[in-house]
Write a protein that binds this ligand. Sequence first.
Ligand SMILES: NC(=O)c1ccc[n+]([C@@H]2O[C@H](COP(=O)([O-])OP(=O)(O)OC[C@H]3O[C@@H](n4cnc5c(N)ncnc54)[C@H](O)[C@@H]3O)[C@@H](O)[C@H]2O)c1
Length: 114
Amino acid sequence: MTECGARVVAADSDSAGLDLLAERLVDMPGEVRVATTDVTDPSQVQAAVAVAVGAWGGLDVAFANAGISLAPGLAHHGGQLAGTDPDRWRRVLAVNLEGDCRCQAGRRPVRRRT
Ligand SMILES: NC(=O)c1ccc[n+]([C@@H]2O[C@H](COP(=O)([O-])OP(=O)(O)OC[C@H]3O[C@@H](n4cnc5c(N)ncnc54)[C@H](O)[C@@H]3O)[C@@H](O)[C@H]2O)c1
């Protein structure tokens, strides 16, 4: 997206990864800002959206793809859920399902009209 000139807020819980990303994109035609964000925390999602609003006056698109796996190698065991730690199951739902919805909902009130 930055290669095509887009102005992007990269939001992720991995702040070291975000720093590396910002370094890699520094020469792109677009612009990138980073926001360390846990998508399970509504206030952190709102803060990430606020970075875009503060810098550029709004947010046109949200690409919500934060995700974690249920367990390493689960697919190689036929996707069996038996024995899965319930806390891990809830965490996967909180990140992969609720986090996605939260990001889309957080974007809606500030979407720019073009
Ligand atoms: N890549 C594939 O082919 C593929 C296929 C099917 C499903 N998936 C699923 O899609 C999801 C994303 O896949 P990917 O390959 O892009 O994974 P990835 O690990 O490359 O990227 C996921 C990103 O989400 C971030 N993240 C994790 N928890 C977070 C949180 N609470 N808040 C904010 N950021 C968080 C991670 O730091 C990471 O940068 C995963 O759940 C994966 O299981 C991926």
